[in-house]
Design a protein around this ligand. Structure first.
Ligand code: SAM
Ligand code: SF4
Length: 336
């Protein structure tokens, strides 16, 4: 189906065709780089209903968005989330949407994998920073690695393609990089390493966690055959083909390599706030125009106005002089 409205093009001529939606700020884990232990979550009254999220996402699809990624917090802990996923699946059926996908911590996948596949989800990203149960518990503050591995196994059995996302953490999982690559190779999962980004107060020193991926990559190339791949999601990752495993390896390097020139995405929170850039504070409230009328005219105008002020890029930096968050909100608000 052709979009009924003019496509979304930002001031730097970048087409915006990818929407990431944080459907909840809540999570059943507390990863140390993502959240503080004693997080205060949003009051339920501030959160958009699933019907409202459907309407908002569908307005973006009408404006030419071809890819939707649900994230969080943990998207699969939101009550009745399958209702929303099935509803959004109608845009896959009409051909308006190319992909409906999720980023998940995997804890609930054993329960949902079959339903996700049935609703039209073909690929998911699962975040996993270690294969060591003790380290997993320490990183997530209380998580059970087996629960996640069972979830991943269920997703694989349901036929979902899986990409593992691993945040590179100095002194924590830097000794596990080869093990993760081998494991992903055996399971036929793609793997992407992510640099820690300075988002939200976490009560821990980011500088201590930060492991530049430029170092990881040059170190890896001593043992693995990495060939630069032309694969692109229009996003921040640079991809390589790994000859030894046949899998793809990605690096998301917001700090050592700025990726903004090809940015095709915007991010919506569960309160209807649209962030035009992950690394900037400017945002647009879409909840007010959404609730002001049953007609989408106000909402569509607000979306166009917001895209019209998408900034050129972020200014993330982590060093001794900049050891405070670049943006005050946590990653769980916009979902990464
Ligand atoms: N709960 C889901 C999960 O963990 O996949 C979805 C939300 S989580 C915020 C999305 C991704 O952001 C995860 O891969 C997580 O590791 C990553 N992330 C969270 N905080 C981060 C930070 N400060 N820097 C870099 N990546 C971060
Ligand atoms: Fe939860 Fe994902 Fe943040 Fe970990 S990274 S605390 S799983 S939202």
């Amino acid at each position: 189906m052709a979009p009924t409205e003019p496509a979304l093009i930002d001031p730097f001529a970048r087409p915006i065709n990818y929407l990431r939606v944080s459907v909840t700020d809540r999570c059943d884990l507390r990863c140390v780089y993502c959240m503080a232990e004693d997080m205060t979550f949003l009051p339920k009254a501030d959160i958009l209903s699933l019907e409202e999220l459907d309407r908002l996402c569908s307005a973006f699809v009408d404006l030419g968005v071809r890819k939707l990624r649900l994230t969080g917090g943990e998207p699969l802990v939101r009550k009745n989330i399958m209702w929303l996923i099935r509803r959004l699946g109608r845009h896959l059926d009409t051909g308006a949407l190319d992909e409906l996908t999720l980023t998940s911590n995997g804890t609930q996948l054993a329960r949902y994998a079959d339903e996700l596949a049935d609703a039209g989800v073909r690929r998911i990203n699962v975040s996993l920073d270690t294969l060591d149960p003790e380290k997993f518990k320490a990183i997530t503050r209380w998580g059970d690695l087996d629960q996640v591995l069972n979830g991943i196994a269920a997703a694989r059995k349901a036929g979902l393609a899986i990409k593992i996302n691993t945040v590179a953490l100095r002194g924590v999982n830097d000794d596990e990089i080869d093990r993760l690559i081998n494991w992903c190779g055996e399971c036929e999962f793609d793997l992407t390493f992510i640099e820690v980004m300075p988002m939200g107060e976490i009560g821990e020193q980011r500088l201590d966690q930060y492991l530049p991926l430029s170092m990881v990559r040059s170190n890896l190339s001593e043992r693995w055959t990495l060939t630069e791949s032309d694969h692109s999601t229009g996003g921040p990752a640079r991809y390589f083909d790994l000859a030894e495993t046949g899998q793809r390896l990605g690096f998301i390097t917001p700090l050592t390599h700025n990726f903004c020139e090809s940015c095709n995405r915007v991010r919506l929170t569960c309160t209807g706030t649209l962030f035009m850039c992950l690394g900037q504070d400017d945002a647009a409230d879409l909840r007010a125009p959404l609730r002001a009328s049953d007609d989408d005219a106000l909402l569509t105008a607000a979306i166009h106005e917001a895209i019209g002020r998408k900034p050129k890029g972020h200014d993330f930096v982590i060093d001794r002089r900049h050891n405070a968050p670049a943006v005050g909100r946590h990653m769980s608000v916009t979902g990464g």
